[in-house]
Ligand binder design. Structure first.
Ligand SMILES: C[S@@+](CC[C@H](N)C(=O)[O-])C[C@H]1O[C@@H](n2cnc3c(N)ncnc32)[C@H](O)[C@@H]1O
Length: 250
């Protein structure tokens, strides 16, 4: 089983935006931003780093309540969307089109987050470098919040599904065939999208560490896990598909 490379190749495509917009609603972003603010435990005015900000749906909401947000994304299209979103809301966010790994050791942020499956699409060394960089950007005592998929719950869900899962929106179909590769510790999704009669296929590989692995990965970068829950503070159990970690920089 080969790992993905260290080159980021899991950009959000036009198809992703099409199929996501039905469940990535404004209400959901409002709820997630509120949840994140609670987890960060910081006062407005704090400097916060959004690693892999995407279209800025979370960053603009934090900025709107007074946080000093820097949003970083390797995908130029996403940064353009984020800029448009901030302009439409009349909020100011510092957007940076770059890889999180190239942030440098600023150490000035009061808090940071990797929200909504942003971490894990690279090979192990590169994924590790993302955590190193996020950690290095934090002042001592600052929180890092990570929102990802929970390995145990995902494996259970795949077993229960026992086959491909299709989503049909406006007559267009996205079909995911998922498995968990125990050797590489990755969720492997074979995704076929059929739009306007044209089928495209791609494979996504997302590293899903166990909770114990997460603690060790983060500790290597001077981050101590303080809490591990599911969405909205729900207790984590074997069926939870979402894992939300709060770690603190030593
Ligand atoms: C699944 S999207 C989530 C976006 C956003 N955090 C949200 O909650 O909507 C992941 C984003 O992370 C970005 N990303 C992933 N790895 C990155 C890296 N190493 N440096 C910068 N951006 C990265 C991708 O380009 C993508 O826009």
């Amino acid at each position: 089983m080969t790992e993905p490379s260290g080159e980021f190749d899991a950009r959000f495509t036009a198809d992703d935006h099409f199929f996501h917009r039905h469940h990535l609603t404004n209400e959901r972003a409002d709820d997630e931003a509120a949840e994140l603010i609670g987890l960060l435990g910081l006062e407005p005015g704090a400097r916060v780093l959004d690693g892999g900000c995407g279209d800025g749906r979370i960053a603009v909401r934090l900025s709107a309540v007074g946080f000093d947000v820097t949003g970083v994304d390797v995908d130029q299209d996403q940064i353009v969307r984020a800029e448009d979103s901030a302009a439409a809301r009349g909020v100011k966010v510092t957007w940076r089109h770059m890889d999180v790994r190239d942030l440098g050791e600023d150490s000035a942020f009061d808090g940071a987050y990797l929200w909504f499956n942003t971490w894990g699409f690279l090979d192990d060394a590169a994924n590790d470098a993302v955590l190193a960089s996020m950690s290095a950007s934090l002042r001592h005592g600052a929180p890092l919040v990570i929102d990802t998929l929970h390995r145990d719950g995902v494996v259970r869900a795949i077993d229960a599904e026992a086959g491909p899962v299709s989503v049909v929106i406006e007559g267009e179909t996205q079909t995911d065939s998922s498995r968990f590769d125990a050797t590489s510790g990755r969720l492997v999704v074979n995704r076929i999208v059929e739009r306007a009669g044209v089928a495209t296929e791609r494979v996504l590989k997302l590293r899903l560490p166990s909770l114990e692995e997460w603690a060790a990965l983060l500790e290597r970068h001077h981050l101590i896990v303080e809490s591990a829950t599911s969405r909205a503070g729900a207790p984590l159990d074997a069926d939870s598909q979402v894992l939300v970690l709060v770690a603190r920089r030593l």
